[in-house]
Structure formats: C-alpha cells, structure tokens
Design a protein around this ligand. Structure first.
Ligand code: MLT
Ligand code: ZN
Length: 439
C-alpha cells in the first residue's frame, strides 16, 4: 500500500522453530522489538515495523510437516504460502478452507495470525473453527506446543484461540494444524448484473433458498469497483449490453457433488430470476469452462490490485447490517463531496465491494495521495457510522497499525482492558509487534 514505513536495519529468516525461539529470547533479554512478517500482504500495516524493530520473517519455514488424507488434517510450517498448500492438498482431493486474492504470496502463519477471512468463509467458516492446533514461540522464547491434530479436544482453556487474530502481539506462530475440506466435485460461478443495490438482499435470499447446500460464495461489487477492475485488466469484462444500467454486480459460486445436478440448479435459478415479473437482475453470465470460471473470479479478486494501481487507497473493512452497505458508501461519498474533496486531483473514487454472505463491506476511497485533509474527513466519520450500527471496524483485515485508535468503536472498555491484561501477561516487555492492535 505504500502507507507505512519504518527504519529496520535487520531482517532475520530462521529455518526452524528452535531458531525462532533463540532469536526471540535474545531480543526479549535486550528489550528489542520484533515484527513477525509473513507474506507482507496485510492491509492495515500489521507486518510493517513502525520504528527500528527487527523483522522476523517466516519465509524460510516452508515445510509441510504432515497430511492425513483420511481426516484432511494438514500440519505445516508458518511460512508455507497459501497457494503452495492448496497445490499440496489438491492431488488428495482436498482444498484449503480459506482463499483470498493474495494467495500467491500470503503465508499460512500470517493468515492465522491475522484471522484472515476471504472468499470461502461463507462456506467453511472462520479460522477459529478450522485451525485445530498451533505451535507458537512466546515472547520469552518458550515454545508453546499446541500442535494437536484432534478434531475434538475439550480440555479446558483453548489457548490457541488467543493467537488467532492476535497479529503477532502475543507470540510468533511457527506451525499450524488445519482441517482441509474435501474438494467439491463440481464448481461453477455466475456474475449477475443488478439494476439497483436494493435488489442485492432479496437476491441473496432467493439464491440461498434455491441453491441451498451448493451455494459457496455470494460476493458483491458496486459499479465503481467493477469499472476499476475492468480498467486495470482484471478478469473478464462483460459486454456493453450486459453492463448497461447495472448499478452493481454479484458473483455467485456453487460447489457441490454432481456437475449435472448443480448446473441444473444454477440454470433454474437464472431462468427464474430473468423471467420474474419484476426481475432482480438485468442479466447473468455463467462460466462455461474453467478459464471463464477463473476469469469471473479474477474480476472480483482483482479489485484490490486495481485500487492500488489507480492511486492511494483508504481502506475500511467493516461489518455492518447488509441493508446499510449502500448507505455507508453513499454517505462517505457525500461527506467527501461536502468537504470539496471529490475531484480528480484529490479523491478519485469511492466504492464498495465485499462479502455479502458475511455481512462484510470493503469501503474503499481512492485518492491521489495520502493527505491529512482526506484522512480527517474519513475518520472518525466512518468509525462513528459503523459504531452507530453496532458494527465492527475490522471485519477481517485486523487492527494492525491502522486502527489501534479505533478499537474502542467495536470493543468496549472492559474488553480492551482485558486485552491489555492478556498482552501484559504474555509480553511484559512489550517486544512483540509493538504499536499493533493495542495502543
Ligand atoms: C478482498 O475481499 O478483496 C480483500 O479483503 C482485500 C481488500 O479489501 O481489498
Ligand atoms: Zn475481503
């Protein structure tokens, strides 16, 4: 993002958990701050040193430790790249329970540390459910071995949960045990063009009812995000006729056990949507082959890259009621307009996209530069808006360096106080990823 910068002099790339432990102990004894770094693809500055901390990169820890093809349980070093794990389990007809645009460079340890959500959460749930065990180096160098491969282990406090989403502030995840689901026998997708945002919710209801168990993703892109993705060459653009009059788009994915059965369901859904008295969609384009399937996904996954190519991104990753998605984007745009900031040389675009099925909106503002003026117009305005809906200021990207000051909009005083106590207990010297998550 080019938004956060530090002045580190040192990057260490240990190869084993023992080496991580020795480094951490050495740093702890000397009160040297450490920033754990995975693929460095986060969007809230969580893996960037803010001062002169040592960067501890997990990129040399890339071994798969074990895979059980019967249970689907995979145990892997934290530095394994998500795509390489997907490739590893594919011949066994399994998939990773998470998928995200950064899959080619993000690492599983970082995914777990940030509790990354992504495109499969609707179907396979969050990492709090699919992670079965962790190996963690604690801030004093102790190795906490909780690398169990048990589906069920109801023996008191589930300590590993504390490290999922802790963004490296309580310790360094060095290995992950994760449940990989069986690969669906058949997947398909369709991109639907909608005349109005108001149709998204009734559409979601209809799609859920008609596709039931084979629905695996329901993703939303507004027109601005779609146009930007197309402008920057992401995925397969629809024809002019197909996009005409569309205010937004929805990507629906199915994953099921039998191709003919699933296609019939998807076709029936499309027909009923198009033939309705008051159609919720203008048109729908269904993938006819694997290349088209990937290309439809690339449109949605490529929005992030398109935004970065267009300018400097102010990214808000929020959980709010589905019915308020559009209102939040519109109010933000209006706010910027009223401050005289909506112009080609200041803010170029305001857009919404994200995971409708998870109630997660990505509200992005693309500007020419990061400026105080824009920042002040957006914050705390957006956070207050989110809080007014009792939403979350971070649905899936984490707190990092970006939102430490905004944590209180989603976590009450008692919760923050307990988070601070937990942090102090694990890391009394404050060496683990300083300045992240908690102020
Ligand atoms: C996404 O859903 O595309 C990601 O969370 C990244 C982003 O918000 O840009
Ligand atoms: Zn997302």
């Amino acid at each position: 993002m080019g938004k956060y910068r530090g002045k580190s002099t040192t990057v260490l790339r240990p190869k084993t958990t023992q080496e991580v432990s020795e480094i951490v102990k050495w740093c702890n004894d000397r009160r040297i701050g450490i920033v754990p770094q995975g693929g460095n693809t986060g969007l809230v500055g969580g893996s960037v040193p803010l001062k002169d901390e040592v960067i501890l990169s997990l990129s040399n820890m890339t071994q798969v430790r074990s895979f059980d093809p019967i249970s689907g349980i995979l145990v892997a070093d934290a530095g394994c790249i998500l795509q390489s794990l997907t490739d590893y389990v594919a011949p066994h007809n399994h998939i990773m329970p998470l998928d995200l645009g950064a899959k080619g460079s993000c690492q599983i340890g970082g995914n777990v540390s940030t509790n990354a959500g992504g495109l499969r959460l609707l179907r396979y749930g969050s990492l709090h459910g699919s992670v079965l065990g962790l190996e963690v180096v604690l801030p004093d160098g102790t190795i906490l071995d909780q690398l169990t491969t048990l589906r069920k282990d109801n023996t008191g406090y589930d300590l590993k949960q504390l490290f999922i989403g802790a963004e490296g502030t309580l310790g360094i995840i060095t290995a992950v045990s994760i449940l990989t689901p069986p690969a669906p026998q058949a997947s398909n997708n369709v991109i639907l063009a909608l005349p109005r945002f108001e149709n998204v919710l009734p559409l979601y209801k209809t799609v859920k009812r008609q596709l039931s168990e084979i629905l695996s993703a329901f993703e939303f892109i507004d027109r601005t995000a779609y146009d930007l993705a197309v402008k920057h060459g992401q995925g397969r653009a629809l024809s002019e006729d197909e996009v005409e009059g569309a205010e937004c788009f929805v990507l629906v994915e199915t994953s099921g056990g039998k191709r003919e059965h699933d296609e019939e369901k998807l076709n029936t859904l499309l027909e009923s949507l198009l033939e309705a008295d008051e159609p919720l969609i203008n048109t729908g384009v269904m993938a006819q082959n694997p290349a088209q399937f990937s290309s439809i996904w690339a449109l949605r996954e490529g929005v992030t890259e398109a935004v970065s190519k267009e300018g400097k991104a102010y990214k808000y990753d929020i959980s709010i009621p589905l019915s308020t998605f559009k209102e939040c984007v519109d109010l933000t745009r209006e706010r910027l307009r009223s401050k005289g900031l909506l112009s080609e040389d200041k803010v170029k675009a305001v857009m919404g996209y994200g995971h409708v099925g998870d109630g997660n909106l990505h509200l992005n503002v693309v500007a020419n530069a990061y400026t105080e003026e824009i920042q002040d117009a957006l914050e705390p305005f957006i956070y207050e808006l989110v809080a007014s809906h009792r939403g979350s200021v971070s649905a899936e990207h984490g707190i990092g360096a970006m939102k430490t000051h905004a944590l209180h909009y989603s976590k009450n005083e008692v919760s923050v106080a307990w988070m601070k106590r937990i942090k102090a207990m694990f890391d009394p010297n404050g060496i683990m990823n300083p300045g992240k998550v908690l102020e």
